[in-house]
Ligand binder design. Structure first.
Ligand SMILES: CC(C)(COP(=O)(O)OP(=O)(O)OC[C@H]1O[C@@H](n2cnc3c(N)ncnc32)[C@H](O)[C@@H]1OP(=O)(O)O)[C@@H](O)C(=O)NCCC(=O)NCCS
Length: 181
């Protein structure tokens, strides 16, 4: 792409350069640079490396999102017995509101479906209405509260979506893919 077309290719148009690839240890430095800007209690390199190791053993699934050479987003899944758990999903502040988190979540939901899970769950800060709005688009609904879950102070909303192996949920994911593409 030429410099001129890149400059013209702002806002939603630039999103077509977004690519999702498996998370590797070499990504952790760039991930931490984002993590430390967006979370009051960021994960450490040790946590990410350990999650990547578990992904190698197929106990997790972690990906990063890139725009050109830049790592701009990341997210992951933990596999439990009956459900998959969204562990993290984050987009660098200057790349937010371009549909990248929706693309990542679509990818993660598809992985969960392909692996035969019938439900997805996650925890989200009660104050994080932006993330909650996105999760609702994917059919997540509040199922409970974990009190003082974050920093022993803020409550977590526990959200679930069930029947992700149904044709109805396939149709929902396909519709979301249409919005994001
Ligand atoms: C939450 C987060 C991942 C969203 O990333 P994003 O790339 O900006 O989200 P998208 O552009 O894909 O938006 C998807 C949907 O999320 C919701 N959303 C995202 N940002 C929002 C905001 N600032 N206000 C309200 N709704 C918002 C909207 O429903 C949006 O759909 P729409 O564009 O049709 O309105 C991002 O704000 C982030 O990284 N926040 C810090 C980390 C975090 O809170 N992660 C979630 C932990 S549970």
């Amino acid at each position: 792409m030429s410099i001129v077309s890149r400059l013209l290719n702002t806002s939603s148009g630039s999103s077509d350069a977004f690519e999702i690839v498996p998370m590797r240890r070499r990504h952790v430095k760039a991930i931490l640079a984002i993590e430390e800007r967006i979370y009051p209690k960021p994960w450490t390199a040790g946590v990410f490396n350990s999650e990547i190791d578990m992904a190698r053993r197929d106990e997790r699934h972690y990906v990063v999102g890139t725009v050109g050479a830049e790592l701009v987003a990341y997210g992951g899944l933990m596999f439990a017995v009956d459900e998959a758990h969204i562990t993290n999903i984050a987009v660098a502040p200057e790349f937010q509101r371009r549909g990248h988190a929706r693309r990542l979540l679509l990818h993660l939901a598809n992985v969960a479906v392909e692996r035969g899970f019938s439900a997805l769950t996650l925890e989200v800060r009660v104050s994080n209405t932006a993330a909650q709005a996105m999760y609702r688009q994917f059919g997540f609904a509040p199922a409970g509260v974990r009190q003082r879950y974050y920093e022993n102070s803020e409550d977590a909303l526990v959200m679930w979506v069930h029947d992700i192996d149904s044709p109805e949920y396939r149709a929902r994911l396909d519709a979301l893919a249409g919005v994001t593409s």
